[in-house]
Write a protein that binds this ligand. Structure first.
Ligand code: V47
Ligand code: SF4
Length: 382
């Protein structure tokens, strides 16, 4: 039996040669606690894709309703229809938030929420329209694969037609939520009622065919095991080989507070950094890996820029999903602070828009510049 250290040396050779890692390689990385080596290897891939750039964007979240027909075990955000906490935003509230975001220089609105028992699909289409009316230049990144599956159910139309109606309303891309853990051994236990793995992947496949970019996530640090995480990454890598439509992968650390899994401890810093790095190494065809500071905490997110991540997400205002589950991070960090955090790691801070164009700002306005190109190293990816 080769030792884990010897196996890691083989993985180093593969990474340096730009060769694809196997499921077994992923399990070897999971079994190792040599986080320096794993981080160093992830950094090779990270710099191959993104050089020394450290990206961030200026965005705001809108969660139009917290009422949800499903009861995922990890979710502290959802409410029943008759719950005191239940809310649904109307046209004026959505427009006000979009205008506020615009006035504060946001280039993106991230819109996701619950699957309301009674709202028709038209409401979700209107949310996109209202935002675009109020702030036409803002990019709307909205609705997870799970929400799109719900729209298919309530509007009795195929995925393609649902996505097309949202695109016609102004949808710009899909966020990565709802992926959780694809392996049925876990998915059925923690969120068995909502869109299954095949449907989530089919929504993203169809979105890519329609020309939309999308993101993908993985919720880790609960009941899943190493093999489930590696399986999850392999399934995403396979779809990305087929479509090339994913931009960014975001590992999401589980926050247990106020959820039905509140007896599980939060993932440790070592797990956060290892999961980031292993994601970077396994997803050799994803251009970006995001360290979402809201859930990782600002300190781990900053260090993650040396463990495979190239993006800190946004300055984020009005985040509720994690804060409902006990996230202790602030609701917002300033551009100055996010740039300082990136620069302190030796990276060059770059403001990007949702589709990774460099944002150029002048007094009170902004415009999307050219696509960001890494010139330091030829050849992206493997
Ligand atoms: O799908 C819910 C997760 C996701 C909890 O695409 C929880 O750029 C941890 O997907 N603890 C929604 N996680 C958020 C999301 C996201 C976030 C940032 C950027 C992007 C992007 C996407 O939040 C859900 C679920 O996986 N979640 N509850 C919890 N207690
Ligand atoms: Fe509903 Fe989403 Fe929460 Fe699941 S994670 S209960 S689908 S709001």
């Amino acid at each position: 039996m080769a030792t884990v250290a010897a196996e890691l040396r083989k993985i180093r050779d593969k990474v340096e040669a730009g060769q694809r890692l196997t499921f077994e390689d992923g399990m070897t990385l999971e079994a190792s606690n040599d986080i320096f080596t794993i981080g160093e290897l992830a950094n090779i891939v990270r710099e191959r894709y993104n050089g020394n750039f450290g990206y961030y964007n200026v965005n705001t979240h809108i969660n139009p309703t917290n009422v949800c027909v499903y009861k995922c075990d990890f979710c502290a955000f959802r409410a029943d229809l008759d719950d005191k906490r239940a809310y649904t935003m109307d046209r004026d509230q959505i427009i006000e938030r979009a205008k506020q975001a615009h006035d504060r220089g946001a280039t993106e609105l991230h819109i996701v929420g619950g699957l309301h028992h009674k709202l028709p699909f038209q409401y979700y289409v209107d949310v996109v329209k209202w935002v675009k009316e109020a702030a036409p230049e803002i990019h709307v990144k909205a609705y997870t694969g799970v929400e799109v599956e719900w729209f298919v159910k309530i509007d009795r139309k195929p995925i393609r037609d649902i996505l097309q109606a949202l695109i016609d309303a102004g949808l710009g891309s899909l966020p990565g939520g709802g992926a959780e853990i694809f392996h049925p051994e876990v998915r059925e236990q923690i969120c068995g009622a909502k869109a299954n793995t095949e449907t989530w992947l089919e929504v993203h496949r169809t979105a890519h065919q329609l020309g939309l970019k999308s993101n993908a996530t993985m919720l880790y640090g609960h009941i899943e095991k190493a093999q489930h995480r590696i399986d999850h990454l392999m399934r995403l890598r396979e779809l990305q080989d087929e479509t090339g439509g994913f931009q960014t992968f975001i590992p999401l650390a589980f926050h247990p507070d106020h959820s039905r899994m509140d007896e599980i401890p939060k993932p440790s810093g070592v797990m956060d950094l290892k999961t980031m790095a292993i994601s970077r190494l396994m997803l050799d065809n994803f251009p970006h890996i995001k360290a979402y500071w809201v859930m990782l905490g600002i300190k781990i997110a900053q260090v993650a820029l040396k463990f495979g991540a190239d993006d800190l997400d946004g300055t984020v205002v009005h985040e509720t999903i994690y804060h409902a589950a006990g996230a202790e991070t602030p609701q917002e960090i300033s551009v100055k602070e996010i740039r300082r955090l990136i620069a302190e790691t030796g990276r060059e801070p770059v403001e990007r828009d949702t589709l990774y164009h460099k944002v150029e700002r002048s007094e009170g306005s902004w415009r999307a510049g050219d696509a960001i190109k890494v010139t330091a190293l030829a050849g992206v990816g493997r």
